[in-house]
Design a protein around this ligand. Structure first.
Ligand SMILES: Cc1cc2nc3c(=O)[nH]c(=O)nc-3n(C[C@H](O)[C@H](O)[C@H](O)COP(=O)(O)O)c2cc1C
Length: 362
C-alpha cells in the first residue's frame, strides 16, 4: 500500500501530486477531482486568464481574476489538498503568487527558474507550503541554502523533475532529445539529492520529502521511485486522458491516437526545450520556418517576440481548445500509452492496483 505524503504537516492521503498543466489543462475540474481521491490537485497559473474570452484587453488582470476564481471553485468542489503551480519564467509571477497566498492555497509549486530573492519572504507569514521544482541536486542545494541564509527557513519539500517529463524541461536539448525511456536518470538525481537534503533535515529537525516526476506513468514506476527514496510522485500526462481534465476532447485524443514516435522535442520561446506530440505545425517549427507573431503583452521574461518562431502561449491555448493547425499538446515521454478517457477515480484505482501488483511481486 502507498503511504500518505507528509509535506511539513500538510498531509495527502495518496502520495500522488498531479503536476500543474497550462494553459488551462489543469484548472479546478482536474485539481479538485485529484484532491477528492486523496492526491494533491494542482491548478496551473500560467496564462490562466487566456481561458477568459476578454483576455486580450488585459491579460495580466484576466490572469488574476481567473486564478482567484479557479482556486475558489476548486475549494468548493473538494476538501482535499489543492495547490497552484506558478512558473518563475512568467512576467506576472508576483501577481499570481499574491493571489495564491491571499486565497490561502494549501501549497505552491514553483518551476522554470530558481525561486530565490526577497519575493519569497512572503511565505514567512503564511500557512501555504512552498515546494520548488528542480532538475538537479545542485539546484536543490542552491535554493535550500539561499532560503536558509536569507529567511532562516527552508522550502517544505522538493519536486525533482526528470528528463522524461512533459512540457518545458530544465535540461539541455541534447539530454532530452533521445533519452532512454526508463527512470534511471531521475533515480540518479534522487540519489544525488537525498544527501543534500539530509543536511538540512538535521539542521531543521524535520523530514524534507522528495516528490519525483517526469515519465512516471504506472504504479510500477511509482514503486521504483519510492524504492529510490522519494516520498511522493508528480504525474502530469497520466491525468490528461481523464474525464475531469479541463481541456477539449480533441486534446485528449491527441494522446490516445499517438504512438511512441509521435513524442518529440521543440525549442520553446521560454528558452527551454519542450516535449510535445508531433503534428504538421510542430514539424514546421522544427524545420525552422519563421512564423511572425504579434504580442500585445510580454508574458515570458525570456521571450523576444520579434525573434521567436511562434507564440507559445497562443499555440498552447489553441491546442487546449482543440485547434492543432496552429497548436500542439505538451506530453511526457509516455503520453502514447493512453488508450481511453476514464475518470480520475478510475485512474487512481488503476494506479493503486498496478502499484500493489509490483509491491507483491518484489
Ligand atoms: C500539457 C502539459 C502542461 C504542463 N504545464 C506545466 C506548467 O504550466 N508548469 C509546470 O511547472 N509544469 C508543467 N508541466 C509539467 C507537469 O507539471 C509535470 O511535471 C510533468 O508533466 C511530469 O511528467 P509526466 O507528464 O511524464 O507525468 C506540463 C506538462 C504537460 C504534459
Amino acid at each position: 500500500m502507498m503511504n500518505q505524503l507528509n509535506i511539513n504537516g500538510l498531509i495527502a492521503k495518496l502520495p500522488i501530486v498531479q503536476g500543474g498543466m497550462g494553459i488551462g489543462v489543469s484548472l479546478s475540474g482536474l485539481a479538485s477531482a485529484v484532491a477528492n481521491q486523496g492526491g494533491i490537485g494542482v491548478i496551473s497559473a500560467v496564462a490562466i486568464g487566456m481561458t477568459d474570452p476578454d483576455y486580450k484587453n488585459n491579460l495580466r488582470e484576466s490572469n488574476i481574476i481567473a486564478l482567484r476564481k479557479e482556486i475558489q471553485k476548486a475549494k468548493k468542489l473538494s476538501d482535499g489538498v489543492i495547490g497552484v503551480n506558478i512558473m518563475m519564467a512568467v512576467t506576472d509571477f508576483e501577481n499570481l503568487l499574491n493571489v495564491a497566498l491571499e486565497e490561502k492555497i494549501d501549497i505552491v509549486f514553483v518551476g522554470a527558474g530558481l525561486p530565490i530573492g526577497s519575493i519569497f519572504e512572503k511565505f514567512k507569514n503564511s500557512t501555504t507550503k512552498f515546494v520548488p521544482i528542480v532538475s538537479s541536486a545542485r539546484a536543490a542545494k542552491l535554493i535550500f541554502q539561499h532560503w536558509s541564509d536569507k529567511f532562516s527557513r527552508i522550502p517544505d519539500g522538493v519536486v525533482i523533475e526528470g528528463p522524461l517529463a512533459g512540457g518545458h524541461l530544465g535540461y539541455a536539448k541534447n539530454d532530452v532529445i533521445h533519452p532512454a525511456n526508463n527512470l534511471q536518470t531521475l533515480i540518479k538525481i534522487i540519489n544525488d539529492t537525498l544527501p543534500v537534503l539530509h543536511e538540512f533535515e538535521i539542521q531543521y529537525n524535520r523530514e524534507i520529502p522528495i516528490i519525483a516526476g517526469g515519465g512516471v506513468y504506472s504504479g510500477g514506476d511509482i514503486y521504483d521511485i519510492f524504492n529510490a527514496g522519494a516520498k511522493g510522485v508528480q504525474m502530469g500526462t497520466r491525468f490528461i486522458t481523464t474525464t475531469e481534465c479541463d481541456v477539449s476532447e480533441a486534446f485528449k485524443y491527441q494522446f490516445i491516437n499517438s504512438n511512441e514516435d509521435s513524442i518529440t522535442i521543440i525549442d520553446s520561446p521560454v528558452g527551454l526545450p519542450g516535449r510535445v506530440i508531433s503534428n504538421d505545425f510542430v514539424k514546421e517549427i522544427q524545420a525552422g520556418n519563421q512564423k511572425p507573431i504579434k504580442c500585445s503583452w510580454k508574458c515570458l521574461s525570456k521571450c523576444d517576440y520579434k525573434k521567436v518562431q511562434f507564440c507559445v502561449a497562443e499555440a498552447l491555448l489553441n491546442a487546449t481548445k482543440g485547434d492543432f493547425s496552429r497548436g500542439f499538446a505538451f506530453s511526457g515521454m509516455n503520453g502514447y500509452k493512453a488508450t481511453e478517457i476514464i475518470s480520475v477515480k478510475e485512474t487512481m484505482e488503476q494506479i493503486k492496483q498496478e502499484f500493489e501488483r509490483f509491491d507483491v511481486r518484489r
